[in-house]
Ligand binder design. Sequence first.
Ligand code: CTP
Length: 479
Amino acid sequence: MLFYSLKSQGFAGPAMASLTVRQLDEKLKKQLRLRAARNGRSVEDEVRTILRGAASDTDAFPAPTESEPPGIAPAAKTDAKQVLLVIGGGIAAYKSLDLIRRLRERGVAVRVVMTDAAQKFITPLSVGALAGEHPFLDLFDAKSEFDVGHIRLARDTDLVVVAPATADLMAKLANGHADDLASAVLLATDQKILLAPAMNPQMWANKATRRNLAQLVADGVAIVGPNSGEMAESGEAGLGRMAEPLEIVAAAGALLVHASGALAGVRMLVTSGPTHEPIDPVRYIANRSSGKQGHAIAEAAARAGAAVTLISGPVNVPDPPGVTVVKVESARDMLAAVETALPADVAIFAAAVADWRTAASSREKIKKTGKGTPDLALVENPDILATVAHRKAKRPKLVIGFAAETEHVVEHARQKLARKACDWILANDVSPETGIMGGDSNTIHLVTRNGVEHWPPQSKSQVAAALIQRIAATLGGQK
Ligand code: CTP
């Protein structure tokens, strides 16, 4: 009989529910069975895992309960988290109204600063009605300076969220400007800043914005989005849409929890996914990496409180919440992004970097000529892991690599550990029959200078959780 008591799992409380899986409807039972089989767990264990995940999410940043009114939630409780929301001037500002509502529904107190440009898109009146207090508008407003003052505004908060973060606000923050209330507050805060960029795709791709973004990431600012899609201007589409309010809420929630996790205060860098090496504008060299393992590691690290920068090649998995994601294409781009993201305390190289690129990629599509095949001379890509592990300056305390092997897994991993000068290698067998490359589970052999540990087959999120636990224990032991 599948019987699962919440009480037995430490969910103590006055009225504990019991759950009998057998009584669930057939469709749900089937989904649970499939999920359990995929993750190599019993159905009971699967239910336990789901409940544990849901309970820790709930503890971290509770979703509205059914008893709460659907509109504005009651005023924040005294122990509620405080978010300072800076609204920049962009068409996406209308979504910030929903963001305020979503945050308050979760018991978060929201104080708002609006730039002059923001007030051209939405009014202080609607912001004030949703936030439950007047927004702050002016650096030189005697009344608000008397009431709170921009320094207190910047400090008396658990997190600063900028949504929409315009190209202009990003430039000001990257360069330390403070000529209006929004930029002064961003400069004065000692709390974590989360930006939700929103702008035209050309502006997002502009070299100046890329420079500012790289600087902000290096300064430890967290980024959520932007997403790809239709712009407000008709006929314009691309990367630049602001993340949806619930995505921003998830990222904010993750950052708010970070302050107390096992990796609080730890700066972590993770690479993930494949790289694409262009042959010509339409063709490239790549591999089968899905990015699932690297992304799971970044997510688990963020949950444990680390400030995570995830440098990802092209993947189809979503950005993990609360993680700063830098998207790259080629191995050389990945190396440059890694160098920009340093220093870090821990660096984990889960990306399946393409070993070779073409010596010269063609600017035009290579055409068939009928006179034989093109000569695709290859050159070796830089080894990102080895470059970082061999650094004299700014070498992370813990440099961790993977070894994707199809034979002599542990022996090859040992050689890689020595050759690349890293501290640990997570070796896995990526032969097609294992289903590891692109799949949801993984079997790891952890190779260190002290020996080898063979981990059982488990889901990629379980591998991530085990690795993060191990890192926390190791860093704790080094203090
Ligand atoms: N790696 C890297 N840069 C490269 C190649 C690999 O950072 N240009 C990192 C990977 O992220 C991984 C480790 O090195 O952490 C091992 O990668 P793997 O593909 O197993 O080995 P390679 O070094 O590519 O060697 P080989 O292909 O000969 O097995």
